[in-house]
Design a protein around this ligand. Sequence first.
Ligand code: ADP
Length: 706
Amino acid sequence: MFEFFKHITSKTKIILLGFMLILIPGAIISYLSLESINQKAENLKVKYSGTVKLVRDKLESELFRYEANLRNNLTELFPQSGNHNELKEWLLNIESENPAFKHLFLVSTNGGVISSSVSLGWNKISESLPFKNQQAVNNFNMAEKAEFIQKNYVDAIRFYRNALALTRSSQNTTLLLSRIGRCYYKSGKYKSGINEYKKILELENKKTNPAEIPAIVIALSQIIDGYKAIKDEQEQYKATIKLYQQLLDHPWDLLGGEYLYYLKSATTEIQKLESSDIMTDLTLRNIQTLNIKGEKLLELIGFTELVQHNILSELGSDFSHDVPVRLQSMSILMKENNSTLQLGFFKLPIEFQESEIFASGYQFEKDYILSNLFPEILNTVELGKDVFVGILGENDSLLYIRHNQSLSNYLVAENFSLLFNDWKVALFDKDEKSVEQLIGKEKQLYLILFIGIITVMLIGIGIMVRAVYHETELSRMKSEFVSNVSHELKTPLALIRMFGETLDEGLVTDEKKRKEFYSIIRKESERLTQLINTVLDFSRMDRGVKQYHFEKTDLVKVVRDSLEAYKFHIRDNGFEIESEFPTEAIILNIDKDAISQAMLNLLSNAVKYSEDKKFILVKVFKNSESAFISVTDSGVGIKKEELKKIFEKFYRISVTQEKQTRGNGLGLTLSKHIIQAHGGNIGVESEIGKGSTFTISIPLFSPNTK
Ligand code: ADP
């Protein structure tokens, strides 16, 4: 690691330091901000769920207050007589004073249930009263004999009428009138029969025991049958509507199922009537009002049966326990319409035992609670402008929301804990945002910042590592260069010195040998000069002060002359040279010495990096845009991955020691610089073991060449 940093220049170190000083605190700050935003979201959630719990508790406690009030009404104002109709009226009264509840009911000690309109097993069926008058009894017996055995309806009617004249009780009157009517029907005299039955309708005191089928209901049913028999549709339907109305207004105890039977047959008749063509608008409207009433009644009947099935077992039969009042709540899922009923019920105080009543209960009126009670309570809760309270039902369906918004995405929600278990109180943002969304933008910003800084840091570090690697590489190559250059200086100097001393001492007498020695000294000093020139040239180039002298010159001639000057040396090394030059001159604005230097560089490399196959081809050619010089050898070749690097300064391909060639890694760098100064380029194609072709291109029309 430290080894690595040792090679970094101080400039790089300063950049690195600055980079770290700015970016690391930046990254830390944005990370902390991100954390604090998460914390903020958490706090916001805690705050909202606190609020929502408060609202929920307030709604629930208000519901309980209403419930307590209702229970007070149910326990305090109880009518002492305990009469059936009085009880119904009393319940109806309390219902109208407590609109948050409906279907108030009482449970009797024998398991009967009574509500404001219907009862189930509430009344004991009383025995019918016997005739008090013996003469009336005799007449009644004779009439039955005539009716059932002799089938003499005229006699039967006569005896029934005799009995009727002797009776006072309203119950017996209705019985005899209906017998007379029946006999008329049996003898086919429907009109007379209808008249008898109509008399029952007109009786003043037609109240019978509520547990039995009221005489008026029986009479109306018979009248309908009568009109049916004589095909008087108009009258038949009038009587049907009358019966329907009577049934809806005076339902009697459900135990035994007669009431439901009559109601069902009346509804079927009414349905037929609704689709018949003798309907007038007026009767239709009349029927529709009755139907609405009928629906309500059926709902209540369903409820009463449900109470008997579900609640009686909950209450237990021993009503002496659990006194004083103990409240129980229960929610029941109604299978047929998938709605949940919320009920409350409790055992009544001991005083109620006298009237044989032991428990009471009620259903919560959801609609009223949602549309009146909750809005009233919520209006007193101040939540600020940006949030709304809503009530959610099953599957988070919106049951109620303040300001009639229709929002679906809530911030937080809290279940009701004791009543309405499937309801939730929810807080909504006015723009329907969740807590995450509320702080989302801020979070996103910091996240982007954080990621951005980390990315910049990583890129920076990557660039830095690359730069350091390059610097290390460069410094390695530089030291290699120094050792190469020293070596290249040492060898010619040693030769010059050795041959110079030998000549100086006058030991060489042979003229030929002496000439050879002089030649070596001259060649070696030329090499020295060339080496020093190369280094100086490179230094100028590196500092950007190298100057070129452009003049109009024939490129072909420059290449030919350079080759000519070097041919001797090449041939000396055993090379075969071929050249292809165009016949016409290529006149360009060039620095001929520089081009010649680049050219000689390529030739010298071709010689240096060839082994057994000693062949060099030099070509000059052009196309419409550029002129080209190419130098091809059949030498060692260059690996693909090295092709680009060989033009870098000081770069030399490392080879095994025995094949080590002399060089400094500057030749191609200089050549490239020269060619680029001419607006051209230098490239290479090579294959390992087969040879290389270096091609110089110089544009025909660059600013320099024109
Ligand atoms: P030098 O020849 O002084 O080492 P250069 O810059 O001239 O420096 O060349 C760089 C490297 O390119 C050389 O070390 C050599 O490995 C490789 N090279 C150049 N020319 C040839 C060639 N004709 N054939 C094979 N290798 C070559």
